[in-house]
Design a protein around this ligand. Structure first.
Ligand code: ADP
Ligand code: ADP
Ligand code: ZN
Length: 235
């Protein structure tokens, strides 16, 4: 048997064992913060469609050009673009370790596309975890958000400051950035879109028996502990 045969025979088993977790929640709920924690603790790969889209905008790809204005306005990028970006990313080899989907799916069409994509490799969603925060907390979290320009570590003006002011805890970087869409006008639009398009997915996963809820109103560390315990059970 050639090397190629061995690889194609083994691949479906390796992929079938890989956990698939979804973090659901409004903008600013803490999905990115907690996904990075899960990545470190469990060796899973964080897949943020927001990060993938921002990279496409920066690179000036066709998808990025189509997405840019939509993102700035706080609307959802079209399902076909987002599904294609996610599908390509999930085909990369590191995803056999298992994935945490952060910010995907956001519509019923995306949720069904994900089911179909996973079915191709005999996978399932292990858990869709809803981070539950109220709208006021979400606005406060978004309006103070910034990230390390070097490694992407997330910070907050009031709730999560670097140990040494102006220096990233993770990589020592000293440049930080704020997102173009984290503005009061856009936040309201994003919240409306969340309630109309994405919140119904909570019922979608509840009906399938794969929904878990986490109270995400507390501090970052408390939420991380609750989430890690849950993920341990589900994977
Ligand atoms: P999302 O990915 O859901 O949009 P983030 O993880 O980027 O959310 O978090 C939004 C902002 O709120 C960031 O500045 C982050 O540091 C901060 N944050 C995250 N979780 C909490 C929490 N439990 N309490 C207070 N602030 C938080
Ligand atoms: P947040 O969770 O803080 O709202 P994201 O980084 O997940 O931020 O998303 C930023 C923007 O990227 C969204 O407002 C939307 O325009 C676009 N986007 C990200 N993920 C999706 C998705 N799954 N479907 C459609 N648009 C998306
Ligand atoms: Zn950094």
């Amino acid at each position: 048997m050639s090397d190629l045969d061995t690889r194609t025979r083994q691949a479906p088993h390796a992929i079938a064992a890989a956990p698939v977790l979804i973090l659901l929640g409004p903008p600013g709920a803490g999905k990115g913060t907690q996904a990075r924690m899960l990545e470190e603790r469990f060796g899973l790969v964080q897949l943020s469609t927001g990060d993938l889209l921002r990279a496409a905008v920066k690179a000036g790809t066709e998808a990025g050009r189509r997405a840019e204005a939509v993102m700035k306005a706080g609307d959802l990028v079209s399902d076909d673009i987002v599904i294609a970006i996610l599908r390509d990313r999930m085909a990369e080899p590191d995803c056999v370790r298992g994935v945490i989907l952060d910010g995907f799916p956001r519509t019923a069409v995306q949720a069904r596309a994900l089911d179909a994509l996973l079915a191709e490799t005999g996978q399932n969603v292990n858990a869709a975890i809803s981070l539950e925060v109220d709208d006021a907390a979400m606005v406060a979290r978004i309006s103070g958000r910034y990230t390390c320009a070097e490694c992407g570590e997330g910070y907050h003006d009031s709730f999560k400051q670097p140990a040494r002011a102006g220096t990233c805890d993770k990589c020592g970087g000293t440049a930080f950035k704020r997102r173009a869409d984290d503005k009061a006008e856009t936040v309201e639009a994003r919240l409306k879109v969340y309630h109309a398009e994405t919140a119904p997915l909570i019922a979608y996963y509840d009906d399938k028996g794969s929904l878990d809820r986490i109270d995400a109103m507390g501090g970052i560390e408390d939420i991380s502990a609750a989430l890690a315990a849950l993920v341990q059970q589900r994977t």
